[in-house]
Design a protein around this ligand. Sequence first.
Ligand SMILES: Nc1ncnc2c1ncn2[C@@H]1O[C@H](COP(=O)(O)OP(=O)(O)O)[C@@H](O)[C@H]1O
Ligand SMILES: [Mg+2]
Length: 259
Amino acid sequence: MSSKDESVFKDRRDKLVEIAARHAEETPSAGHSIALMTEGGHALAPAQLEQRRLIHREDSVRRQSDAFREIRTRLLELAGSQNFITLVVSVSPHSGGSFVARNLAAAFAFDETKTSLLIDCNLRYPNQHKELGVDPAKGGLIDYLEHPIRGLKSIIYQTGIPRLRLVPAGTSRENSGEFFSSFRMRAMLDSLRCRYSDRYLFLDGPAVNGSPDARILSDLADFVVVVVGYGRDTPAAVNQAVANFETSKLAGVVFNQSS
Ligand SMILES: Nc1ncnc2c1ncn2[C@@H]1O[C@H](COP(=O)(O)OP(=O)(O)O)[C@@H](O)[C@H]1O
Ligand SMILES: [Mg+2]
């Protein structure tokens, strides 16, 4: 995570904490807790987690897991006591946006007082279910948005990682923007966030370059994390990508090196 301009971040943090505090006053009942819920099935072993390109607690991936914990700490500092929605997007495809979204969600789930929900919002090229080895037999996000009667519960899948759940994208679609700007999408996220005060939501969006979705999704998120492919994305491309988002939502830039 870059610490480009600490003073800008400090101003932003003060503002965000103020907003979070105001919101907390409006919603005095903190919601229920699901962090201690029981997990069906077996938790995955470290080797299985590495296959899914996921951090774990063993020393072999210490450097990476520390980096994700650091981002977690930063987001929690920005938000104050309220749970929140984080959009993770890469500057260009294959830079590691989905990798970062998945691992950041896992880093939140490592904390036994929190749960995380990763929502695959790349409707054209969904991949989180494949990476996590989840069979989205009961459909996903799109299927729910088209037929909300199915209920939210049916599209939330266990991942084998305690306290980390996945909402897969579901049936893939070309024109996803209209779904993301719909009232139903916003209502769904509100309901997922407000149901449990210890649940943190992560939206895995398509890359900023090549799709308007990242920008549309940022309207639904409290924070945006931009992933830069180290040695892939030029400084000009990074600046152009970052300019898409409200500065008050921009929580940071992650430089990711995939090999
Ligand atoms: N830091 C990393 N370490 C190992 N594999 C990575 C890393 N970053 C990305 N990858 C892998 O590279 C591929 C492309 O990354 P992905 O997260 O799908 O990119 P994007 O979502 O930006 O298109 C995936 O197979 C992913 O697991
Ligand atoms: Mg992706």
